[in-house]
Design a protein around this ligand. Sequence first.
Ligand code: PXP
Length: 248
Amino acid sequence: MTKLCVNIDHVATVRQARMTDQPDPVLAAQDAILGGADGITLHIREDRRHIQVSDLFKLKETIQAPLNLELAATPEMLAIAIEATPDMVMIVPEGRDEVTTEGGLDVLGDMQRLREFVNTLVEKNLCVSAFIDADFAQIEAAKSCGFTVCEIHTGPFAQAYMHNNRSLLNPLVLKERLKVENAVSSVLEMGMQCNAGHGLTHGNVSGIASIPNISELHIGHSIVSRSIFTGMRASVSEMKSEIQRARQ
Ligand code: PXP
């Protein structure tokens, strides 16, 4: 069964809007687990716009579920990952001016540097994932760099869904879904674990969750958004039900 890892960044976004101590992402993570989350994901950005390093260490002390840390491949983040030893280090591209992660990592264009970065983490017994577009050349490059997990970027699928009447049967949506499906097959054929995420919502998740053999979906904004109205547990539980229904 595909696991659901809940990204709690945007709980911290609300907190940082007032630089106060609420809402607490640690409490949100605990509630997400009570709602059925199989793991907790967080992204420490260079500009610390939401999650702070102190959140990471509090989560590490408190949370029993697997902890997945998203970060850019920089020396500062390498040191944080080595100290925190999360269950998975997820390398993502990062742009100062972007609202959210805008595209997959260009592994092909940065092979040597990424290979060294991944090797350093693997030597510390850390599992390392590459967030990449549904692109065969990038998948091959990730394998060659030593990544053992790829997370396929589902943003283009989510955009196609949003701009085409929120219909999972629209041909443009199906085209993006097929790209993800083919990418999942390639990742698995190369012997890596395949995860997926970005832009998934309670409305569109079934389009991706119905693809066989995706290990984990990483979902944040939609779950946190709905939790404002329903509470975190119910929001996670609804997402989990959507994923289970899609697989059935
Ligand atoms: N996966 C990766 C690599 C991400 O960078 C993000 C956003 O932080 C997500 C998944 C979750 O995306 P969303 O918040 O759109 O669900």
